[in-house]
Design a protein around this ligand. Structure first.
Ligand code: SAH
Length: 498
């Protein structure tokens, strides 16, 4: 394992350390029959030589002395040995070179000579001097997982390798070997890319891997044959999966949601869905943002319906990706009604709704034996509602009851009206609130205070959408229980005053 490049650099200044270097280009090289020069005759050179031989390379080892194992390989004619100090001619016909001596001057000379001849050189333990890196890797038969930190954090790459080592067991090697053997049959049966991909998903999600894990090769073969023979007509029909993307932190996406994103052909996503969640989706899916602007709800909702229908009817797997949970102020119900009416198959994957996420990330338990026995989710979008009287349809008397928590969605514009009605119906102006903007995201802000000055506080801090209001006795707990992101805003103030 290489050490961090900085370890090898002079400590005066860091001129070589570009703060945002371009990433390395990963590649798996076919070295069969190709000459690779290894400079050095010690244990490191031996390790590199063995790895190169395993890849079918013709290995030329140059060094004045070879350890016994290398000498034996040279004696058997498995490798070519060049005796003496490094000479440029050793690079003749080479495609790659590895400098594995413990003499920095020689390693540098190899790197320079390689550069002049456009031969990529890896200098062991010196990321800066290397024009190619050898990644940390996990091998399972023909399957290889290579990990690189770009030379900057090799210990991190090693750590990840250890994690994968335990997660990707030997059965994956057997699976990769099986799929490699059957490649032609699979292609013949499913010439189209989309059908082929679906076949693979069926096979990979089924019991095949489990049989291989149990060492039941025969049973595995039968499962594979059955999957190959199975009709793909069902798969040819499109479908829609309504997926809740959660509030922003990609860690809050469900595993099922992640799988749907990985299988999607088309992803229709809201503006609220974070870039981090979208980054987890299949790269070659078609992404369509269907963010709804205020005042255009109906037009755009029809358009969303039309897009779902169009793509599902074209046989694609559509993911309708929504912020939070699709069934909490997300119009998920309307979309399912539409799909059902048009005979399109659908599934729903719940998500962590904003109220749950904001409460958790602000340290506000929504219920608490001492403070609140119930919680209610409501929306008070007076500002952008088509009907400004919509607040009046709510049962304010019951909403104003004590010892309950209100989680108010889309509330930024309607806070004055909200305070007025709650106080008019008996809720104390001293009731604590926590207003959470960008909950669970790196830029989360929490503003705390009491109902009496709620709208003023929100204006003072210029709270923007998306923000969620938690109102009730429990909100006071944010001051003590907060753990994520910036301090609650009134707490930092008190701290300054103290
Ligand atoms: N289906 C979504 C809600 C959509 S309505 C869900 O289950 O969460 C949009 C409202 O949700 C926003 O106006 C805001 O009140 C709230 N919201 C969504 N994501 C949020 C976040 N990360 N932080 C704070 N509020 C959020």
């Amino acid at each position: 394992m290489r050490r961090a490049a900085s370890v090898d650099l002079p400590t005066s200044g860091c001129t070589n350390m570009d703060p945002s270097p371009s990433p390395l280009f990963p590649l798996f090289a076919d070295l069969r029959g190709r000459t690779v020069l290894v400079v050095g005759g010690g244990p490191v050179a031996r390790r590199k030589t063995e790895a190169l031989l395993a890849a079918g390379a013709r290995v030329r080892v140059g060094a004045p002395r070879l350890i016994a194992e290398l000498a034996a390989l040279a004696g058997a004619g498995t490798i070519e040995h060049r005796d003496g100090d490094f000479a440029e001619g050793w690079l003749d016909d080479a495609w790659l070179a590895i400098a594995a001596t413990d003499d920095a001057a020689i390693n540098t000379a190899v790197a320079a000579a390689g550069e002049a001849r456009r031969i990529l050189v890896n200098v062991v333990d010196d990321a800066e001097a290397s024009s190619f890196h050898v990644p940390a890797r996990i091998e399972r038969g023909p399957l290889q997982i290579a990990i690189s930190s770009g030379g900057g954090a090799p210990m991190l790459a090693r750590h990840l390798r250890e994690r994968f080592e335990t997660q990707v067991d030997e059965a994956f090697g057997a699976l990769a070997a099986l799929l490699t053997r059957e490649r032609e049959r699979i292609r013949a049966r499913y010439p189209g890319l989309r059908e082929r991909r679906r076949f693979f998903e069926r096979v990979l999600e089924g019991p095949l891997l489990q049989r291989l894990r149990q060492g039941k090769a025969l049973a595995a073969g039968r499962i594979f044959d059955a999957a190959l023979a199975a009709s793909s007509s069902k798969a040819a029909h499109g479908s829609v999966v309504l997926v809740g993307a959660g509030p922003g932190d990609p860690g809050l996406l469900t595993l099922r949601g992640l799988r749907a994103l990985n299988e999607a052909d088309v992803i229709l996503h809201d503006r609220l869905v974070s870039a981090e969640v979208l980054a987890l989706a299949r790269r070659d899916a078609e992404f369509i943002e269907v963010g709804k602007q205020a005042n255009q709800h109906h037009v755009t909702q029809d358009r969303i319906h039309a897009l779902m229908l169009q793509h599902a009817r074209a046989g694609k797997r559509v993911v309708r990706l929504k912020g939070g949970d699709p069934f909490v102020f997300g119009r998920g119900g309307e979309e399912l009604e539409f799909l059902r009416a048009h005979g399109i198959a659908y599934e729903v994957v719940p998500g962590i709704t904003a109220a749950l996420a904001c409460a958790a990330y602000a340290g506000v338990p929504l219920t608490h034996r001492a403070h609140a026995q119930s919680v209610r989710f409501l929306t008070a979008h007076a500002a952008d509602a088509p009907d400004p009287q919509s607040l009046d349809t709510l049962d304010w008397r019951s909403l104003a009851a004590e010892r309950q928590t209100l989680a108010v969605y889309m509330g930024v514009g309607g806070l004055d009206a909200l305070r007025e009605r709650l106080v008019a119906h008996g809720r104390s102006p001293a009731t604590p609130f926590a207003l959470i903007e960008n909950g669970s995201r790196p830029n989360q802000r929490v503003i705390v205070g009491t109902l009496g000055d709620l709208p003023e506080r929100a204006r003072e801090h210029a709270v923007q959408s998306p923000a969620l209001l938690i109102l009730g006795e429990v909100a006071a707990l944010a001051a003590e229980l907060h753990w994520f992101g910036a301090l609650p805003l009134s707490a930092s103030r008190l701290a300054r005053a103290a």
